[in-house]
Design a protein around this ligand. Sequence first.
Ligand code: 173
Length: 323
Amino acid sequence: MHNRVLIVLAASLASASTHIASAQEITLKGITSFAEKTFYSRGFERFIEKVNADGKGVIQINYIGGPKAMPPFEVGNALKGGVVDIANVTGAFYTNLMPEADAWKLTERPMSEIRSNGGYAYMAKLYEQKLNGILLARHVDNNPFHVYLTKPISKPDLTGLKLRITPVYRDFFQALGATVVQTAPGEVYTALERGVVDGYGWPITGIFDLGWHEKTKYRVDPGFYSAEVSILINKASWDKLQAAQKKVITDAAAWLEAQAAETARENEADIAKQKAAGIQVIEFKGAEGTAYRSKAYEAGWAGIIKQSPEHGAKLKEFFARSL
Ligand code: 173
């Protein structure tokens, strides 16, 4: 009798612990603001693979997909409201909620330094207040933006040209005299094809992903800024996680952010590919090139500081190169 009681007890304990283990596995909903499997989504996709491999029985991410599932400029709202738990997105896509996020493009120091110099902590407060979110990992860095054109220019002057933008480029392109029109990346091909725009802003990598090379004749050098794409998590979703679940996420995030410097290798590959595709480089050299880049940073910081005077000035101290 005694033995039977023990067996029953042991069996019920075993089933209870199995039950607890399965109840502990949590599934987060993940979305990307760039097309699936394209350059700016790939880091996020590697992150999801790692979380799903390391987090078996603990935590999983259900990848909902990209702009076919949700317009890119809606991703910030969805994260803030908890419609999605985790998102791959750039600051320029949620300036409606947090204009300061667009300042990531102006960093002239590695993320490791920004994490140690107080810049990350400063931004983290703004993420919590304005986005109800946490920035887990910046996986794109060292990836400059460029002007791409269908018509040539002979000096750093965009007067008379209409260019596709996001908030990343607005202040700089306007300072150079351009007329601007904001679109999501998914609308760039059609805008070029219809001649609605004479060019667009985009980083050095990725123009082949959506076929834009077919409609692009010129790239303007030098590049400017450093593109930022990051993985964010909703604060309430994060707070619900247990320590072991958080660890799977933070380990994968640190692993991914440490790879961001390697993005620069991919830059070279796309530069060669653009050349092979017949895209001509219009290069501003020497003092003209330096002035062009300085104007980009001046216009960029002026734009951030205008929208958020106190935080903008503070972020410049953390992000800009010390002179
Ligand atoms: O041009 C864009 O859509 C944009 O703002 C961006 C930002 C980071 C990476 C790629 C594109």
